[in-house]
Design a protein. Structure first.
Length: 270
């Protein structure tokens, strides 16, 4: 019985052993497979991570700016026409004074690393009152004041618009926001000081205008150049503000450092 039992049990245990060996082999194969998968995932995560990192680096390298720009001046000087020409490459003789505030967005690929979005604020109707509310001016970083070269009265009103602008909005350091003067409808006969460019230069310098341009929304003259001039002044201001901020940080850091050293020496002295 024992013999039989031994004989019968022997092949079974051998079989079991083989099965166990196979199971073991299978398990280590499975482990290897899982390990391979883990490595694959880790590699693809790393690849993904690198990709995301690269995308983030790319985004960080691209500077994007959104600037609020005001377009102000007397009624009928061509503010809406200038914006329409600049943003939509369109001009219409049909004069339609809308009521409220209109916005138009112009996107500029300034350089390989800089995108500038200009949010152009057009007034419609309120220019009758000769000034705007503080809310309208809030957070503007640049402005165009427009007059009509065929009507000298619209040029006389420029000073009032500049004063209103400077009183209601300033840069963080308290200085005036850049403002470009547009002598619009230059396709028409001109009236007044605008006929004397050097006097106009003087006028602009005295009153703190960044520059002035003769423009025509009708014939598409100088509008792009005027906008480029304003944007480069804004970017310049931006750089200055940023570098002031970082030098302030540096100052704070060195001051803190000095304070720490002084405190340390005092402690040491004690
Ligand atoms: N000849 C000429 N007419 C213009 C020019 N720009 C605007 N206008 C006309 O002037 C009128 C007033 O223009 P608009 O843009 O509505 O002025 P806003 O009240 O300042 O917005 C409209 O009839 C326009 O067609 C321009 O450059 N040349
Ligand atoms: Mg208008």
């Amino acid at each position: 019985m024992i013999e039989v039992a031994t004989r019968t049990s022997h092949p079974r245990s051998r079989g079991e052993r083989t099965k166990r060996r196979q199971r073991h082999q299978n398990m280590s194969k499975e482990k290897e497979r899982q390990h391979a998968i883990t490595v694959k995932i880790a590699l693809s995560n790393e690849k993904n991570g690198n990709y995301i990192l690269k995308q983030e680096q790319k985004a960080a390298a691209k500077h994007e700016h959104l600037y609020k720009i005001l377009v102000i001046g007397e009624l009928g000087t061509g503010k809406t026409s200038i914006i329409k020409r600049y943003v939509h490459q369109f001009f219409s003789q049909h004069y339609r004074a809308t009521i409220g505030v209109d916005f138009a967005l112009k996107v500029l690929n300034w350089d390989a690393n800089t995108i500038v979005r200009l949010q152009l604020w057009d007034i419609a109707g309120q220019e009758r009152f000769g000034n705007m509310t503080r809310v309208y001016y809030k957070e503007a970083v640049g402005a165009f004041i427009v007059f009509d070269v065929t009507r000298a009265a619209t040029f006389d009103a420029v000073v009032k618009w500049k004063q209103d602008l400077d009183a209601k909005v300033q840069l963080p350091d308290g200085s005036a926001i850049p403002c470009v003067l547009l002598a619009n409808k230059c396709d028409q006969p001109k009236e007044g000081l605008v006929n004397n460019p050097s006097k106009m230069d003087e006028y602009c310098k005295e009153r703190g205008f960044t520059a002035w341009f003769e423009t025509s929304a009708k014939d598409n003259i100088n509008i792009e150049d005027a906008a480029k001039c304003l944007v480069s002044k804004i970017l310049q201001n931006n750089k200055m503000i940023n570098s002031n901020e970082s030098s302030n940080d540096l100052e704070r850091f060195t001051l803190d450092g000095r304070n720490q050293r002084e405190q340390k020496s005092k402690t040491c002295g004690c």
